[in-house]
Design a protein. Structure first.
Length: 377
């Protein structure tokens, strides 16, 4: 296959070039003979890598924490239809046996032709602060435990790529020291101060979960965890650019602080993504969805209903983030954070041939190429 006529993302910007695909992988132009190739006309489109969402809970009525393989297939089909071709769904703060069932279901997932790859699991709970639970269930919050995590990792067949912790809680230092070489550790749902966060990064934590949400804000005498992360070149920051969680000025500030090589767009979507307004379950709590806003009973925001492609659109169209920066933050950067650089999130030779054609005028999805095959027109 060849994709021709489009403005192709090269990792930093866009240029008109032919994109060749062979055997489900991107190939150098000279590696695929032009004579018998299927040709996809991308005229009037940007050609970007398939997106990689490393922090969302569910979509199309399903949630990874259900531990339901059929639900994962629903999620995979919905995400792929929206140009999210690699997914790393996030579990909630739940009992270990529930998390183990979710891990086992994820390990059994094999994508159908129209479904996204499941490239990892993000363990958002339960090792968080009881004072910053957000929409997590406080009944199941507990201190970081190496043995529990290793049991869950075994159930998942090694799929856990991220684990979130509050670094101020008992056992956090020991957990980071022991596990930093085995899984990416992200600071989340935390009351940590600057010094404690900086210490956690020194020990090996490498990410900040949904920047600005479920953490103390920056203050000139109490800087908190955000400057501690921004000061380190080896720490990335997630952000929910759905137009609800973060003011556009703060999204722009985050990109300026961290640079577009260290920002990761996430959706944090719930099972309600792609469905109508109503009441839905999230980790055993009712979530009310009205338009783009999802809240629990006390009025706290409870994740998003905007998929990652919609977040990319909002970041560019409503928040003035350059398209190239937003694409990096939704593809190459999350792939790198998950240890998948060179496999996903890029159009370079050797990577899985996932691409999305976006209308240059509207940024709407015109076509998805999934593992080298057209998914939709």
């Amino acid at each position: 296959m060849r994709i021709v006529g489009g403005a192709v993302f090269d990792g930093e910007g866009f240029s008109e070039r032919v994109l060749a695909i062979d055997g489900g992988r991107f190939a150098g132009v000279g590696d695929v003979g032009a004579g018998g190739d299927e040709v996809v006309d991308a005229s009037g489109c940007y050609v970007i890598p398939g997106l990689v969402d490393l922090h969302f809970h569910g979509s199309a009525g399903a949630d990874i924490s259900d531990g339901d393989l059929a639900g994962l297939h629903k999620m995979g089909a919905y995400e792929a239809s929206r140009g999210v071709t690699a997914m790393c769904p996030a579990t909630m703060t739940l009992p270990e046996d529930v998390l183990a069932r979710a891990a086992q279901a994820a390990a059994a997932y094999e994508p159908a032709e129209d479904e996204a790859d499941l490239v990892g699991i993000n363990m958002e709970g339960p090792f968080i602060s009881p004072s910053k639970v957000g929409a997590q269930n406080p009944d199941y919050v507990r201190n970081p435990g190496v043995e529990e995590f290793r049991r869950l990792q075994e159930a998942a067949g090694g799929l856990f790529k991220l684990v979130d912790i509050a670094p101020e809680e008992p056992g956090a230092d020991e957990f980071i020291k022991e596990m930093a070489g085995e899984v990416r550790i992200s600071l989340a749902h935390t009351c940590t101060d600057y010094d404690t966060a900086a210490h956690a990064f020194e020990l090996g934590a490498r990410q900040l979960t949904h920047l600005f949400n479920a953490m103390d804000p920056m203050h000139h005498r109490k800087p908190g965890p955000i400057p501690a992360a921004a000061e380190r070149d080896d720490v990335t920051a997630e952000i929910i650019a759905d137009g609800v969680h973060i003011h556009p000025a703060m999204v722009r500030l985050a990109f300026n602080m961290f640079g577009d090589d260290r920002m990761i767009l996430i959706s944090d979507t719930l099972r309600a993504a792609g469905l109508e307004d109503g009441t839905y379950d999230l980790g055993g709590q009712d979530v009310t969805v009205r338009g783009p806003v999802a809240t629990i009973e006390n009025g706290a925001l409870a994740g998003s209903v905007s998929d990652l492609m919609r977040c990319l659109y909002v970041a560019v169209h409503d928040m003035d983030i350059p398209l190239a920066s937003a694409v990096k933050a939704a593809s190459a950067n999350p792939a790198r954070a998950l240890g998948l650089e060179g496999r996903y999130g890029s159009l370079e030779p050797g990577c899985v041939a996932d691409a999305v054609l976006l209308d240059q005028e509207t940024l709407e999805v015109k076509q998805v190429i999934l593992r080298g095959k057209p998914l939709m027109s």
